[in-house]
Design a binder for this molecule. Structure first.
Ligand SMILES: [Fe+2]
Length: 287
């Protein structure tokens, strides 16, 4: 999966940036508001200052942000749930070493409140290792531009380049970040009564078939449109699948295989009209 970048994601970004500034400006925040910050430190692994975003952001804007994120991930990625964000800032020496996010998380997101163009610090980019190009892995850096949302496969090794030369939180790298769990089948309410178990059985059989062809890891999420009692169209929303031994199947080939399998399912009589999305879990991702 190539990371997704969405510019100008949140219309009320200035409001949550203001909440952050108030929370870290001496003389503005009350003592109990300042005491929410956690210096999250593990030698050689990570160092940054964090809190849960709901402790800093005005509740209505916090709800709006999570709702916007959820609306986006459901529509574009077939993922109806997102975990509430952390809010973190990175001062001199702060970083995250290369790591993968803990399962059962699926995708990860980083939303930037950093005034990146005005920064005087060095570092602070999110880096992600692209494993899709075979044995040669490539590290790509993503700048946390103000109001930019980055969504990526949390199972790819990633981290944050060490920040240097900033001591004022208002001039630091500031982000909201969190996890997006693996979705289930979305849109089952469009199925005719009693048809959901039939669909689930077919999807489980298809997963088993694909997994019998090789050693894979990852997930593909597919959206299908049903009409007139059959499958009208299907397309890929997310593809984090890799051929672990890198022998035969590229991630593109795996996606084609999954889509071909979906087209060959028995869709007859499942629904009059429905739009469904569902994951196919491959290899070690299979539950
Ligand atoms: Fe992470």
């Amino acid at each position: 999966m190539t990371p997704l970048i969405i510019e100008n994601f949140f219309p009320a970004v200035d409001a949550i940036r203001s909440d952050f500034e108030r929370a870290v400006t001496f003389g503005h925040a009350r003592l109990r508001e300042r005491l929410v910050w956690d210096y999250y430190f593990s030698e050689g692994n990570f160092a940054y200052v964090r809190t849960t975003a709901d402790r800093v952001i005005t509740p209505s804007f916090h709800h709006l942000f999570v709702a916007c994120l959820r609306e986006f991930t459901l529509k574009e990625l077939g993922c109806p749930r997102v975990f509430s964000p952390w809010m973190s800032y990175y001062l001199d020496g702060c970083f995250q070493a290369r790591h993968t996010d803990t399962q059962p998380s699926f995708l990860s997101y980083v939303f930037s409140l950093t005034h990146w163009d005005q920064r005087s610090f060095r570092g602070g980019e999110t880096f992600i290792n692209d494993l899709s190009k075979g044995a040669e892995t490539e590290t790509v850096c993503y700048e946390p531009m103000f109001n930019r949302l980055l969504i990526f496969d949390g199972q790819l090794p990633h981290g944050v380049r060490r920040v240097r030369n900033v001591t004022d939180p208002r001039k630091a790298r500031v982000v909201l970040h969190g996890l997006i769990p693996l979705p289930g089948i979305c849109g089952v309410e469009g199925l005719l009564p009693g048809m959901e178990p039939r669909l689930r059985r077919q999807l489980a059989d298809l997963e088993r078939y694909i997994n019998s062809l090789g050693t894979f890891s990852g997930v593909v999420v597919i959206r299908c449109k049903l009409a007139k009692g059959g499958l009208e169209s299907c397309h890929l929303l997310v593809n984090t699948a890799l051929d672990v031994r890198r022998e035969e199947y590229s991630s593109t080939r795996l996606a084609e295989l999954a889509l071909a399998g979906v087209r060959n399912l028995d869709w007859g009589g499942l629904a009059e009209h429905a739009t469904l999305s569902f994951p196919l879990q491959l290899g070690s991702a299979a539950g």
